[in-house]
Design a protein around this ligand. Structure first.
Ligand SMILES: CC(C)(COP(=O)(O)OP(=O)(O)OC[C@H]1O[C@@H](n2cnc3c(N)ncnc32)[C@H](O)[C@@H]1OP(=O)(O)O)[C@@H](O)C(=O)NCCC(=O)NCCS
Length: 170
């Protein structure tokens, strides 16, 4: 199976924050942002694998900045690394200033998707070739994050998480 560049999977969703999507402080409701990120990540996973893909895990979400009503929000999702059937998707969320157009990073998240066949069984996906410095950093750390996610899900014994353990012992 031919390896693919991380950039080939890029999915960009831009939308405005409407009144029905806010919390009582008039900022974007967290669940709405999770859904937007899930949609973008799903498209990135599909572009990489050209398969049906399902969300296997939400590994990390940081709601660093509130996003006010009326903001223009851009969600960018890319496959940072693929394994056998699973793909780590790294998601960056940006807002843009109405007058200057300057973009500010608001949030980020990491999701895991799995490519499946018509019956829901996992199938193999192409490898990822990281190109930029950021893509290489994310690629390198993805294996540790996969191990942490599997340990937390009770699907891997901590002793088997070799690369993750090395973080604490080296
Ligand atoms: C995700 C799913 C396909 C995994 O199926 P499974 O029978 O556990 O299959 P496997 O154990 O072979 O795991 C498949 C891959 O998922 C990875 N995986 C499973 N759970 C994971 C987790 N919590 N974190 C990270 N990766 C995980 C495995 O490591 C494996 O990766 P690899 O093939 O790249 O090595 C299955 O659990 C499923 O269909 N879940 C429901 C998905 C869904 O409906 N999502 C929408 C939200 S409602």
């Amino acid at each position: 199976m031919q390896a693919k560049f991380s950039s080939e999977s890029l999915a960009v969703l831009t939308d405005v924050v409407l009144p029905g999507e806010t919390n009582p402080l008039n900022n974007l409701f967290g669940g709405e942002l999770l859904a937007r990120m899930d949609r973008a990540a799903s498209i990135a996973a599909r572009r990489h694998s050209r398969r049906i893909t399902v969300t296997a895990s939400v590994n990390h979400v940081a709601f660093n900045r509130a996003i006010p009503l009326g903001s223009v929000v851009t969600v960018e999702a890319k496959v940072s690394r693929s394994f056998k059937s699973s793909m780590e998707i790294y998601i960056d969320v940006w807002t843009e200033d109405r007058e200057s157009g300057i973009r500010t990073k608001a949030n980020e998240a990491i999701y895991t998707f799995v490519a499946v066949d018509d019956t829901g069984r996992p199938v193999e996906v192409p490898e990822i070739i990281p190109q930029t410095d950021e893509e290489k950093l994310r690629y390198d750390a993805a294996l540790r994050r996969k191990q942490l996610s599997l340990v937390l899900a009770g699907k891997m014994k901590p002793d088997e998480a070799t690369e993750l353990k090395a973080l604490f012992t080296s």
